[in-house]
Design a protein around this ligand. Sequence first.
Ligand SMILES: Nc1ncnc2c1ncn2[C@@H]1O[C@H](COP(=O)(O)OP(=O)(O)OP(=O)(O)O)[C@@H](O)[C@H]1O
Ligand SMILES: O=C(O)C1=C[C@@H](O)[C@@H](O)[C@H](O)C1
Length: 302
Amino acid sequence: MDAKVAQSLHWSTWRSSDNIVRRHGGSLHFSQRQSGSGWKNFQTIVSYDLGCRKGWNGQKSVVLKVSCSSQKTQASVLQSESALISVDEAALLKNKAEDVGSLLEGRCIYLVGMMGSGKTTVGRILSESLNYSFFDCDTLIEQTVGGITVAEIFKLYGESFFRNNETEVLQKVSSMQRLVVSTGGGAVVRPINWKYMHKGLSVWLDVPLEALARRIAEVGTDSRPLLSGESGDAYTQAFKRLTTLLEERGEAYANANARVSLEDMAVKYGCEDVCKLTPATIAVEALVQLENYLKKEGTRLK
Ligand SMILES: Nc1ncnc2c1ncn2[C@@H]1O[C@H](COP(=O)(O)OP(=O)(O)OP(=O)(O)O)[C@@H](O)[C@H]1O
Ligand SMILES: O=C(O)C1=C[C@@H](O)[C@@H](O)[C@H](O)C1
C-alpha cells in the first residue's frame, strides 16, 4: 500500500459484555472510483459485530461493535475482488449467477476482447460469483515458457512462438470444467483457438477504442509488445495501434457467443463515460448476455 496516498480512518465503539449469548458479524465493502479512467481500489470497509447480552433482569439487549476503515490499496491487489463490489452489485451478481450457473452445466467461460478491455478484472469477479476458478492465458503462457513476461517472449522468440503457446494453453484449458478464462487479446485470430473456445462459452467485452487507449496509457505500453512502434504520447500510440488491430480483428471477436457492449451499457445506464461502468456491473451484464444466449440455445435444441 502506498503510504503517501493511504488514508486510514478508524473508529469503533464497543460496549463490552460479560454474557454474550449469540454473535453475528460481518463486513460491508464499498468501492469508490478515483479520477482518471482506471479502476482504482479505493475501499471503505464497515465491519460489524452483533452480540446479544442478558441484563441483570434477564432481559436481552443488543451489543453492536462497528468499525469503519477507508484505505487505498494497490491496483494489483484484485484477488479479493468481492471487496470492491457494492452491496447492491453483489446482490445482483449473486442472483444472476444463480440463474446462469444452472444453465452452464459446468462449461468454461472464455472472455475475449482487445487489450485492456477488462477481461482479467471482470473475469475474476465473474469466476467468484459463479464459484468457478479463474485462469489468465497470458499468465499461463508466461509460466509455460519459464517465468518470463509476454513482452520478453515476443522479444526473444517472436510472435508466432507466443501464438503457438497460446494455442497449446487453450487446448489444455478446454479439457477442463468450471473455469472463467481471460484470453489474450489476439487469441481470436486463429480459427483453431475457436475450436477450443467453442467447447465452452465465450463473451466479447466490446470497449470503445478511446476508452481502451486511455486505460492503457495510464499504465504505459511497455508490457504490451504489439503497441510499441508508433510516435506520440502513450495515449496516441495506443490509440493508433489499437485502431489497426481492431480493424484486423473486429470480425474475429464477433465469433463469441455473447457480446457485452460498453457503449450500449452506457446508454442503458445513462452514463456519459464508459469508464464509469464498474467491473461488477459489466460482470452482471456478461451474465445477462450469456443467459440470453443459453436460453436461445435451449430453445433451438428442443
Ligand atoms: N470497468 C472498468 N473501468 C475502468 N477501468 C477498468 C475497468 N475494467 C478494467 N479497468 C482497468 O483497465 C486496465 C486493463 O484491465 P484488464 O487487465 O482487466 O484488461 P485485460 O482485458 O485483461 O487486458 P490484457 O488483455 O491486456 O491483459 C486495468 O488498469 C484495469 O484496472
Ligand atoms: O492483443 C494481442 O495480440 C495481445 C494481447 C495480450 O493479452 C497478450 O496476449 C499479447 O500482448 C498479445
